[in-house]
Design a protein around this ligand. Structure first.
Ligand code: UDP
Length: 416
């Protein structure tokens, strides 16, 4: 198939770990790669954020990234992108009228907005129906519920996002929790498919080089440094463990910049204050952003991987930890409910609860055999259910379904 992926802020070409560069970048890049490897022609449309980028960037076999000019050719925070989406949609419509894809797949609500708008214009220009699949990655309604007044998304998101859900031919939810949310937003069940995110199981493996470590038991978090990721709770949990006499440390991977150049973002400053307040200066390492390819070595160096977000649309990090054969302690929110199996690959704890987090981690730190068992089960779960090859296969089945439906509707319209 000829597939157009639209990912307005999350480019497969971006460096990961900064405020707006995380799972969606990994998802779009890996899905594109896997679709290309399966023989499909994939074009990834993403907003041009660097004037030096050529118009077509070869990314992987059968995959090209096409930077779309909309707004300044520099980084723009995703909360400020909405006004640029109409130019973005114009560019998409122009490209697709010249060279029509078989299916379009929007990633994030603003890409969906542009994709649905552009596809309608393609239909008007060429006839027939260009089917649109949509993956939200995060839902504004959940973000607002969790973050309240500190949610910085444009307020119209509350109206526009459900509209995208109702106009797209199918919404691909990444977990069952999201499917329930979508139904509550008025998306009919018949137009919701659940396909999770995947993990690169060739790169994220239990065996291989590991980062050097100390004699202390090591906890690891890997995440963008934003408050809702709960890294502060992980630090507080470490405080409780240390005060209980457990000789442990916490390595925090993520943030804008590497360890020496970690930018003074508000959350980084807040975390430093939590570290000071807990008296953990020598037991918490803020390692900064680590290139994705180097991450397996960090996972392998950990005794327990802690995934403590307040909410999480999907969460690729626990899958990466599991693929590396590491036990996970995760909050029972969003996608983590599906990926981490209680008492099999890890332990679940309530969000925003450092005591519960510390208790679960302490259980695992005290039992190396249980950690090993969880690691083995996690690895098995990752390689049997979450390879990108499988995710791409399942995604194509969704594309085929909406393409066939569009074709049928076309035929019926012709007969009428
Ligand atoms: N990541 C990375 N380097 C970092 C921090 C994060 O490569 O320094 C990657 C991480 O391995 C994962 C992604 O960014 O693949 C984060 O995805 P997740 O779904 O867990 O969270 P999100 O950032 O989408 O909220």
């Amino acid at each position: 198939m000829k597939i157009a992926l639209v990912s307005e802020h999350a480019s497969p070409l971006a460096t990961l770990g900064g405020v707006d560069a995380g799972g969606q970048n990994v998802h779009v890049a890996a899905l594109a790669r896997a679709l290309g490897a399966a023989g499909h022609q994939v074009d990834v449309y993403t907003r041009r954020d660097d004037p030096r980028l050529p118009d077509r960037v070869p990314f992987a076999p059968n995959v090209t990234v096409l930077p779309v000019t909309a707004g300044p050719a520099s980084r723009v925070s995703k909360d400020e992108l909405l006004p640029l989406m109409s130019d973005f949609a114009d560019e998409l419509a122009r490209a697709w009228i010249t060279d029509r894809p078989d299916v379009v797949h929007g990633h994030f609500w603003m890409s969906g907005l542009a994709a649905v708008d552009a596809a309608e214009r393609v239909d008007a220009a060429l006839g027939g129906h260009l089917p649109v699949a949509q993956t939200f990655h995060a839902l504004g309604v959940v973000k607002r519920r969790q973050q309240g007044a500190s949610d910085t998304s444009p307020t119209v998101r509350a109206i526009l996002e459900p509209g995208v859900g109702r106009h797209a031919d199918v919404v691909v939810a990444t977990c069952s929790d999201e499917a329930f949310e979508l139904k509550a937003l008025g998306v009919p069940s018949s137009r919701i498919a659940v396909v999770p995110c995947g993990v690169d199981t060739d790169r994220f493996t239990p065996d291989g080089p590991a980062q050097p470590r100390t004699d202390r038991l090591r906890l690891l978090t890997v995440s963008r440094l934003v408050q809702r990721k709960g890294v502060g709770n992980a630090i507080e949990a470490l405080g409780l463990l240390v005060r209980a006499g457990i000789d442990a440390e916490l390595v925090v991977v993520g943030g804008a910049g590497d360890a020496e150049h970690l930018e003074a973002e508000p959350e980084t400053e807040r975390l430093r204050q939590v570290i000071e307040a807990e008296g953990l200066r020598d037991r918490v390492v803020l390692a900064g952003a680590v290139p994705h390819d180097d991450l397996p070595a960090w996972f392998r160096s950990a005794d327990v991987v802690v995934v403590p977000p307040w909410y999480e649309p999907f969460g690729i990090v626990p899958l990466e930890a599991m693929a590396c054969g590491r036990p996970v302690v995760a909050t029972s929110v969003g996608g983590l409910i599906d990926t981490v199996v209680e008492d099999v690959t890890g332990l679940h704890v309530p969000p925003r609860d450092p005591e519960a987090l510390a208790a679960a981690v302490a259980e695992l730190l005290a039992d190396p055999e249980r950690r090993r068992r969880f690691g083995v089960a996690g690895h098995r779960r990752a390689v049997t259910r979450y390879t990108w090859r499988r995710i791409a296969f399942d995604t194509v089945r969704v594309y085929e379904r909406i393409a066939a439906r569009a074709e049928r509707a076309d035929l019926l319209a012709g007969e009428g």
